[in-house]
Design a protein around this ligand. Sequence first.
Ligand code: ACO
Length: 372
Amino acid sequence: MADKGLREVIAADTHLSDIDGEKGTLSYVGYDIEDLAAHSTFEEVVYLLHHLRLPTASELDGLASFLAEERDLHPFQVQLMGTLAEQTSPMSMLRTSVSAASAFDPDGWDESSDAQARKALRLIAKTASMLTTYHRLRTGMDKVTPNPALPHAADFLWMLHGTEPDPEDARALDTMFVLYADHTMNASTFTARIVASTLADMFSAITAAIGTLKGPLHGGANEEAMKSFEEVGKPENAEAYVRDRLERHEKIFGFGHAVYKTYDPRAKVLKRLSEAACERAGKPQLHAIAEAIEQTTFEQKGLYANVDFYAAAVFHVLGIPTDLMTPVFAAARMAGWTAHVREQYADNKVIRPGSRYVGPPSQAWIPLEERG
Ligand code: ACO
């Protein structure tokens, strides 16, 4: 019997990403995440995950143009967004909108490898517009049409705020998209691969993955981390906050990891990004609060920050509302989810683990009138 959380189980061979939890390293197709964060764009990482090599300049241009052309939404999707904006939370909106997007994909039910590749890129492109359109409509603003001249992350900020983004902010978000793009067999990716293994379509697999990411023990942690910064209010309060939560056996969100036993390499990059972005936004106190929580959590429980902790501070100063933080994580992870779904299709076997029966032993059936 495998351990309860399946930590020791290898569920698939993958060419996409690799983690060393003891050393605290992450790589995509063999490229270290620190190098990718420093030198690559999100578009380049999308290409890498889907082609298993870095693109040439013209290949990168081709992919960036395809994403730019596909970013806008079908009018029905905009209409749907208006209804969802009044009725539901952002992650539920995203789950529903991605599911609905299957009805408008020009490749329809074509399940060929080329069609899957185009569907994947369209999903990556359109998630950004789904989030920004939803947010603008729910706050009484008009939808902003994508600007195909902008890279993906910059266009996200443009569509969200309706103003030309500061280049440093755009680069910060681009780096976050790179960091969030893939992460081996995490819960949402595993979900996507299970759905794909039944040969259900890409949209079904990604819809299920979004549902999995929603939980606070997975993607929802960045939003909870942001709420903790607000509750703490100033660095001096961090120690009491952490001590109090630990005494009540409550989690400190943005800490701990199922695989990393040391610092999450993404959190290292994000800590630097947070310091710079908070300083630029005139909110150094926010970074100081985060650092104080981090220091106390390590001293009191020996826990390291994970990707979601400093990400919350960066998202906040980029003007991304707290309840959009997990959906933005999903927008970036769309790159990895879709690549994993395609990898699963390419070498498939239905994923169907066993279970150990722990219920009552064999029982004689009792007629209804004799029960109770
Ligand atoms: N705050 C307080 N205590 C914690 C935390 C935390 N964030 N994380 C782990 N612990 C404690 C547990 O209470 C447990 O303590 P105990 O042995 O005294 O009972 C011990 O550390 C082991 O914890 P598990 O939950 O068993 O660790 P696991 O590896 O199964 O879980 C998880 C990892 C779910 C990420 C956990 O650390 C957690 O809940 N963190 C908070 C939520 C979070 O930040 N999630 C985002 C993860 S990154 C991502 O998904 C993108």
